[in-house]
Design a protein around this ligand. Structure first.
Ligand code: LHQ
Length: 261
């Protein structure tokens, strides 16, 4: 069985981390398959949304630690290689993908697994799921974008305590703090995640891509720069077929039929 499963239906590319016996801890093979899936999502016009989740009782336990030789005689490992080769390109790919990515966190999301979830656009979590910045427990620094996104989502005080203490944060608390979008019942998580992804797959895909661009640019921009960016992106959105369809549908008092163009 492949450690990442990919299927396509109704405009949604469903990507499932599939090493449940290791709580979907990430190894190079999984990174390769994940990267291929996201490249496919970027390239194929038919793919208009992505749904990411994990098989079994966990979402993702971060880097596979069993593959690290830390025995006394072993040479020290340069962890930057792993970040440069796998994690950083993964986070950049998710951010730059001009299509919405829904993450359904079905269980524990630890270390880079937590930050992988937070790099997605809309995060749902099952009621029993939890998030841990477990890096400090093994002497590391939050990576996969954690030190960037956490303070922006929950503020510095909470981000710092999450990173230093490496304590479990329940899905409910994560939603209350604004770390994620919503908590849903465990049994309903995948169907609700899919429903949301399908809804997005029927939306104005080009416009969504531009929304992502604007949102991501905002944290590094002044208001002036952001206003200019909105002007430029709106020009682009206004030239889309979907804008024409949206306004026509509004005038005709019917639901729009967006084509993602
Ligand atoms: C695992 C793992 C795992 C292997 C559970 N690896 N097997 C990036 C780049 C470069 C280098 C370093 O790091 C990074 C980023 C990172 O992600 S660093 C952080 C890595 N992750 C962690 O430190 C989390 C480690 N796991 C845990 O703390 C616990 O397993 C959690 C809290 C996630 C779940 O606890 P439990 O529900 O009690 O499950 P468990 O501990 O019994 O795990 C179930 C199995 O999964 C078990 O295998 P076994 O054969 O004994 O049944 C674990 O060994 C395995 N597993 N995480 N990261």
């Amino acid at each position: 069985m492949l450690p990442v499963l990919v299927s396509f239906d109704s405009g949604v590319l469903q990507v499932t981390l599939n090493r449940p016996e290791k709580l979907n801890a990430l190894n190079p093979e999984m990174h390769k398959l994940l990267r291929q899936a996201l490249e496919r999502a970027a390239e194929e016009r038919e793919v208009r949304a992505v749904l990411l989740s994990g098989a079994g009782r966990g979402f993702c336990a971060g880097q596979d630690l069993s593959e690290r030789d830390v025995s006394p005689g072993a040479a020290p490992i340069d962890l930057s290689v792993s970040l440069g080769s796998y994690y950083n390109p993964l986070v950049r790919r998710l951010r730059e993908l001009p299509k919405p990515v829904v993450c359904a966190v079905n269980g524990v999301a630890a270390g880079a697994g937590a930050n992988l979830a937070l790099a997605c656009d809309i995060v749902l979590a099952g009621r029993s799921a939890f998030f841990i910045q477990s890096f400090s427990r093994i002497g590391l620094v939050p990576d996969a974008g954690g030190t960037w996104i956490l303070p922006r989502l929950v503020g510095k005080a909470r981000a710092m305590a999450l990173a230093l203490l490496g304590e479990k944060l329940s899905a409910e608390q994560a939603a209350e703090w604004g770390l994620i979008w919503k908590v849903v019942d465990d049994e309903a998580l995948l169907s609700q995640g899919m429903e949301l992804a399908k809804q997005l797959a029927e939306g104005p895909t080009r416009g969504y891509g531009l929304i992502k661009k604007a949102m991501h640019a905002s944290s590094g921009n002044s208001l002036d720069a952001q206003l200019d960016l909105e002007r430029d992106l709106q020009r682009e959105a206004g030239y889309s077929e979907d804008y024409r369809e949206g306004v026509t549908a509004f005038k005709e008092k019917r639901p729009p039929r967006f084509k993602g163009k």
